[in-house]
Design a protein around this ligand. Structure first.
Ligand code: HEC
Length: 272
C-alpha cells in the first residue's frame, strides 16, 4: 500500500482497487495525474533553458569584446598639416559677391560691344572717308578753313559755327556748289553773315567736285567738324548712297533746294 503511507491511517482503509479506479477515471477524463506534470515539465523547462542560454550567450560573447574597442581607437590620428600662410589667405579671402557674378559673365560681351563702338561704322563709312579726302585733299578746304575747321582765310567751321550758318544741310550743299555771292557785303546763311564777295571769298566747287563729293564733304564738315548729330543727317547719307539718283555734278548758279528735295524723294528718303 504505498499510496496510503504518507496520507495517514484514516485513508488506509480506502480499497486499493478504488484508488486505482479513481486514477483510471481521471486519466480517462484527460486530467493529469500528480506524476504526469512532473514528466512533462522537464521538456518545457529544458526547451526554455536553451533559448535563454542562446539569448544570453551572444551578450556574454559581446560583453568581453566591448572593452577591446577602446583599445583600437586610441591610435593617434595624424595631425593635420599646418595651413600655409598663402593657403590661409586664399581661404580667408573674400569670395566674389553674388551680385558680381552676372556682371562678370556679361563683361566679355560688354567688351566686344564696346570694342565695336570704338570702330564706329560711320567713321569708316564711304561718305566720311570721301568727305575727309575732299576736305584735306582735292577740295583744299583745310587750306582755308584749317585742318580741324578752326578757321584761317575762311571762317571757322568747328564748334557748331557751320551749323549756325547753315542749319539745313541743303543750304550747306548749295553754298559749296556756288561759293560766295558775287557782290561783297551780300548777306548769306541763317545768321546773315556778311560775304567778302566772290573775288575774295569762297570759290565755287560745282565744277571741280562731283555731286557725291560735295554731299560727302558736307556730311564730313557737319558731323566731324561741326559736331552735328549723325541721326539728323540720315537723309543726306541715304541720298549719297542711293544708286543712280545723284547726278555726276551739281550745276553752278542753280538754286536747287527744290532739286535736292526732288532727289531725296526719288531716292525714297522722303525728307522734303
Ligand atoms: C580759298 C580759300 C577757301 C577754300 C579753299 C574754301 N573756302 Fe570755304 N570759305 C572761304 C571764305 C573766305 C568763306 C567766307 C565766305 C564769304 O565771306 O563770302 C568761306 C565760307 C565757307 C562756309 C560758310 C561758313 C560760315 O560759317 O560762314 C563753308 C560751309 C565753307 N566755306 C565750306 C568750304 C568747303 C567745304 C570747302 C572745300 C570744298 C571750302 N570751304 C574751301 C574760303 C575758302
Amino acid at each position: 500500500m504505498p499510496a496510503g503511507n504518507h496520507t495517514g491511517g484514516a485513508l488506509v482503509e480506502v480499497p486499493e482497487h478504488l484508488l486505482k479506479r479513481s486514477a483510471d477515471r481521471r486519466k480517462d477524463l484527460g486530467a493529469s495525474t500528480g506524476d504526469e506534470p512532473a514528466a512533462e515539465a522537464p521538456p518545457s523547462e529544458t526547451s526554455a533553458a536553451p533559448a535563454v542560454a542562446e539569448t544570453q550567450a551572444p551578450a556574454a560573447a559581446a560583453g568581453p569584446s566591448l572593452p577591446e574597442l577602446p583599445d583600437l581607437e586610441p591610435e593617434p590620428e595624424p595631425q593635420p598639416e599646418p595651413v600655409k600662410p598663402w593657403v590661409q589667405a586664399a581661404l580667408s579671402r573674400k569670395k566674389i559677391p553674388v551680385w558680381a557674378v552676372p556682371v562678370l559673365i556679361f563683361l566679355p560681351f560688354w567688351a566686344i560691344i564696346f570694342a565695336g563702338t570704338l570702330e564706329s561704322p560711320e567713321r569708316d563709312s564711304e561718305i566720311i572717308a570721301m568727305g575727309r579726302e575732299v576736305y584735306d585733299g582735292s577740295g583744299g578746304c583745310a587750306g582755308c578753313h584749317g585742318a580741324e575747321g578752326g578757321g584761317g582765310v575762311g571762317p571757322a567751321l568747328s564748334n557748331g559755327e557751320v551749323m549756325a550758318t547753315f542749319g539745313d544741310w541743303r543750304d550747306h550743299v548749295i553754298w559749296i556748289v556756288n561759293g560766295s555771292p558775287a557782290e561783297p557785303g551780300t548777306l548769306y546763311g541763317d545768321n546773315n553773315e556778311v560775304s567778302l564777295g566772290a573775288a575774295n571769298g569762297m570759290p565755287a566747287f560745282g565744277e571741280d567736285l562731283s555731286a557725291r563729293e560735295i554731299l560727302a564733304v558736307t556730311y564730313f564738315e557737319r558731323v566731324e567738324i561741326g559736331g552735328a548729330d549723325e541721326a539728323d543727317l540720315h537723309d543726306l547719307e541715304e541720298l549719297f548712297e542711293a544708286e543712280g539718283v545723284v547726278p555726276s555734278q551739281f550745276a553752278i548758279g542753280q538754286t536747287f533746294r527744290s532739286t535736292l528735295s526732288g532727289l531725296l524723294s526719288t531716292a525714297g528718303v522722303g525728307a522734303g
